[in-house]
Design a protein around this ligand. Structure first.
Ligand SMILES: *[C@@H]1O[C@H](CO)[C@@H](O)[C@H](O)[C@H]1NC(C)=O
Ligand SMILES: *[C@@H]1O[C@H](CO)[C@@H](O)[C@H](O)[C@H]1NC(C)=O
Ligand SMILES: *[C@@H]1O[C@H](CO)[C@@H](O)[C@H](O)[C@H]1NC(C)=O
Ligand SMILES: *[C@@H]1O[C@H](CO)[C@@H](O)[C@H](O)[C@H]1NC(C)=O
Ligand SMILES: *[C@@H]1O[C@H](CO)[C@@H](O)[C@H](O)[C@H]1NC(C)=O
Ligand SMILES: *[C@@H]1O[C@H](CO)[C@@H](O)[C@H](O)[C@H]1NC(C)=O
Ligand SMILES: *[C@@H]1O[C@H](CO)[C@@H](O)[C@H](O)[C@H]1NC(C)=O
Ligand SMILES: *[C@@H]1O[C@H](CO)[C@@H](O)[C@H](O)[C@H]1NC(C)=O
Ligand SMILES: *[C@@H]1O[C@H](CO)[C@@H](O)[C@H](O)[C@H]1NC(C)=O
Ligand SMILES: *[C@@H]1O[C@H](CO)[C@@H](O)[C@H](O)[C@H]1NC(C)=O
Ligand SMILES: *[C@@H]1O[C@H](CO)[C@@H](O)[C@H](O)[C@H]1NC(C)=O
Ligand SMILES: *[C@@H]1O[C@H](CO)[C@@H](O)[C@H](O)[C@H]1NC(C)=O
Length: 494
């Protein structure tokens, strides 16, 4: 469809608004010239509002509105805030659209931006395969209460409750393996990003990807991905500083919040007041971990029905320090072992990816006020050259209970290392640690614990040094099984 000519100026409304955006997370912007915004704008500017409908978008969900949307964005004046609105009651089908500095997509409640499912809907370069892409932009974002939908189910070639089999565009040579699909929303090398009041649905691959950015706010975002689809991560934060995630609701098949380091370090990520359900890890640092992670805070998070709760897979030599998890309620269970994770509420490892990988270290981790109910124990495994040090577990209630039929008794080192290893299940397994405090930790073993596990703590003094137990408690715990639960979960009545 050809781009219609821009509308007359009367269709573009100008409103003067205070630019709140730049007040957010100011200290790093002011104090460090290296992190100042690409474009410096004065604090009060005339904001422009443009509707994609005025540029010819039909919003019928059938015809591509790509050029109308892109023309609306491109018509935004340089150097000032510009809201590109998608009026409600319509579905705007699109190929990749690109944001530029100053542009906020205002997808209104009741409007859906729908990503195309065809290879030709995406750019030639595989690393630009997103439905919405912002690159090298500042003061950009998406808000409005509406939906961005990636039509992920159209990429399923075979539905399978264990794990769906997905289309792969690997035959193009753009990428290999079965992970060759478009992501939903990407911000690459951006400053001052605001993603607020937004619903992201059915990504074909990763959902929200933040790469090499500074000052990103992700607030009131709800993410929904198919539970059986692999690689549909919730939020992947890569090589970025000063990210805030708050009041988010994430329900997806693969990792929900996943900080990674590929080309540079990651500093200052704060995640609060959020809810997560995933068939993989709820929070996972790694597994790409080539550079450091420092200054991460996770507070007031509920994790339900997940395959792993709080995870560190530090495989590639990056060093991790100063990480706090507080006020977290975790429930983890087994799923099919083709998904990484073995129902561990907490999982920490520096086991290198392969024999050529460097070993990174993890230090100064604090877990405080954590409640969990899980089908497996905590797993803490440093490696010979990548010690875990200065770990503190304070005020934990760990309840161990089996309620699915999947076999236990395996330790999961994937990817790399020994893979899946037979090992008896324990409350906390520890290896290669120097400095561990367990303070006010309460383990409760539910009605049938002795079938497959019986060791509260599993460690050797040759690899775990300087461990202290203060106010440690372990006891049997009888919890009534709720009416109908056994049947629902398919547990045999042996
Ligand atoms: C981010 O966008 C939301 C929704 O438009 C707005 O309410 C909020 O003030 C913005 N936050 C910042 C820090 O600019
Ligand atoms: C973004 O910046 C990078 C690095 O400077 C450059 O290679 C790339 O072409 C830029 N992309 C766009 C769309 O401006
Ligand atoms: C391409 O992806 C399919 C899965 O959709 C997979 O079966 C196949 O092995 C992949 N081919 C290559 C060369 O990686
Ligand atoms: C994040 O901060 C570190 C340390 O100052 C810096 O090396 C890195 O380049 C920053 N990253 C970005 C994306 O600005
Ligand atoms: C991380 O946050 C601290 C404390 O607010 C700040 O001093 C530091 O500059 C931040 N780091 C980066 C790389 O922005
Ligand atoms: C914790 O997060 C939930 C949302 O998941 C919110 O309703 C609640 O108010 C938060 N609690 C505190 C103390 O902030
Ligand atoms: C991690 O720390 C070790 C020991 O200090 C150091 O040799 C290594 O270079 C660090 N890794 C990175 C990616 O900076
Ligand atoms: C943890 O969440 C479960 C529901 O997932 C709830 O039943 C339980 O009361 C919560 N525990 C705490 C301490 O908040
Ligand atoms: C652990 O359980 C005790 C006793 O039931 C309770 O007082 C305490 O608040 C709980 N702590 C956490 C972190 O859930
Ligand atoms: C842990 O919980 C206690 C009791 O609820 C509370 O007083 C304390 O502030 C919490 N600690 C943190 C770090 O949130
Ligand atoms: C033992 O570990 C604790 C907690 O990490 C640390 O504070 C203390 O300094 C360590 N003591 C020795 C002797 O290394
Ligand atoms: C692990 O245990 C299973 C079941 O007992 C057994 O079939 C398998 O051979 C064992 N694997 C190894 C590597 O010992």
């Amino acid at each position: 469809m050809a781009a219609p000519s821009p509308p007359p100026p009367s269709l573009i409304q100008s409103i003067t608004v205070p630019l709140l955006f730049f007040l957010f997370l100011l200290p790093p912007l002011q104090s460090n010239p290296a992190t100042s915004p690409i474009i410096e704008l004065p604090h009060t500017l005339s904001a422009t509002t443009i509707s994609v409908v005025d540029f010819g978008a039909t919003g019928d969900g059938v015809h591509y509105d790509t050029s109308a949307i892109q023309s609306a964005i491109d018509s935004c004046p340089a150097l000032s805030p510009c809201h590109v609105t998608f009026p409600p009651g319509r579905t705007y089908l699109t190929a990749t659209i690109r944001l530029k500095s100053g542009v906020i997509l205002d997808i209104q409640e009741g409007a859906t931006l729908l990503g195309g499912p065809r290879l030709e809907d995406y750019p030639k370069e595989q690393n630009k395969w997103y439905v919405v892409l912002a690159e090298n932009a500042s003061n950009v974002g998406i808000s409005g209460g509406g939906v961005v939908d990636g039509q992920g189910l159209k990429f399923v070639t075979r539905f399978d409750e264990r794990k769906n089999v997905m289309v792969s565009w690997n035959w193009t040579g753009a990428c290999l393996g079965d992970e060759c699909r478009p992501r939903l929303v990407g911000f690459i090398n951006c400053r001052n990003v605001n993603l607020s009041k937004l619903s992201l649905r059915q990504p074909a691959y990763w959902c929200l990807h933040i790469v090499q950015c500074e000052n990103v706010l992700i607030q009131d975002v709800s993410i929904y991905g198919d539970f059986n689809t692999p690689n549909n991560d919730g939020i992947d934060i890569e090589d970025s500083n000063n990210t805030v995630i708050t009041r988010c609701h994430i329900d997806t098949g693969d990792d929900a919040i996943c900080p990674k380091t590929n080309t540079g370090p990651l500093y200052n990520l704060t995640v609060t007041n959020s809810w997560i359900r995933t068939k993989s890890s709820a929070i996972k640092l790694g597994s790409a971990s080539w550079f450091d992670f420092k200054g991460l805070v996770f507070d007031n998070i509920t994790i339900v029905d997940s395959h792993r709760g709080l995870g560190f897979q530090i495989r590639d030599g990056g060093n991790v320090s100063d990480i706090t998890f507080s006020n977290i309620n975790i429930s983890t269970r087994y799923y099919d072992p083709s998904w990484w994770g073995r129902a561990e509420p907490i999982y920490v490892t520096t086991c290198p990816r392969n024999s050529n990988s460097k070993e990174g270290s993890i230090s100064n981790l604090l877990f405080v006020n954590i409640t969990s109910t899980s089908e497996n124990g905590v797993f803490l495994s440093g490696s010979k050259g990548g010690l875990l040090s200065d770990l503190r577990f304070i005020n934990l209630n760990l309840t161990y209970r089996r309620w699915t039929n999947y076999a236990g008794g395996l330790v999961d080192y994937r990817p790399g290392c020994q893979g899946l290893v037979n090992h008896s299940t324990a409350g906390i397994i520890m290896e290669h640690i120097d400095g561990l405090v367990i303070d006010n930790v309460n383990m409760r073993w539910s009605d049938e614990p002795l079938r497959q596990w019986n060791d509260p703590l599993d460690f050797r003094s040759s690899t775990v040094n300087n461990i202290s137990l203060l106010n440690f408690h372990s006891s049997l715990f009888v919890q009534p099984v709720k009416e109908g639960e056994r049947e629902r979960l398919g547990r045999s009545t042996e």
